[in-house]
Design a protein around this ligand. Sequence first.
Ligand code: NAI
Length: 253
Amino acid sequence: MSGRLSGKSGLVTGAASGIGRAVATRFAREGALVAFADRDRDGAAAAVAALDGATQAYPLEVDVSDEEAVARAFADVLERAGSVDIAVANAGVQLFGQDAPVGDLELPVWQRTLGVNLTGTFLTVKHAVRSMIGRGGSIIVTGSPTGIVGGGRGFTAYSTSKAGIHGLTRVAAADYAAARIRVNAVIPGYTETPLVQAIVEDQEARSALLSTVPLGRAGTPQDVEGIMVFLASDESLYATGALFVVDGGATAV
Ligand code: NAI
């Protein structure tokens, strides 16, 4: 198969669902060897099974908050493909009904959110870097507008985890530019996936949110694919340490 990512190999975390699934599917269709990495093994297997046509995709069970599991996942891709060129640290959780304004936020909710979103991203970026040293590569993390502006009211742990991810992106980009490892963040706006089911099902909250989006509609996982392919490919060789916002204009107003 030939495509914009032919000859490249890598891993996408959170690939059993939503944005990660769409991106990993697109990477596979663009010719990359892609591990669909997720703690939901059956979901990752189903995502790979749903691919039409010949691809080099395969499911990989990994909990991103477990360092040994993350290291094993990168070793697996290296062993199969001989290189890791692309890593997307995308797995995340948002604990609706538990995350809260800081005065009301319970420590276990903070720890669980930070453990997956921030520590999981740190571990993914750490082992991506280790597997790319000497050859270079592209690391992409999934950030959030809630890490830039105060739009995630009541979501203290989630917003903080995403702001941390943006900081990690910049420092890692600066540290590894000389090694030709690029690190960028993609920041999707409100994107209808299982993560935000609580909003999708609440017509009032959904309408209020959509009224803040200049393009006037919710994002879909497919809306995030194009920027991810660009950043994973050699078309973006001069882009590193940057935040790429795909939010229908929400943070522009
Ligand atoms: P989703 O809930 O559809 O998918 C998240 C995936 O991550 C699931 O397959 C889940 O099993 C996996 N996951 C969760 N914890 C994991 C762990 N410890 N180890 C491995 N896999 C794990 O969510 P969605 O919306 O596709 O989110 C993907 C990323 O996009 C997240 O980082 C989220 O914060 C971010 N994002 C989402 C937005 C939205 O409106 N949906 C907006 C901005 C950012």
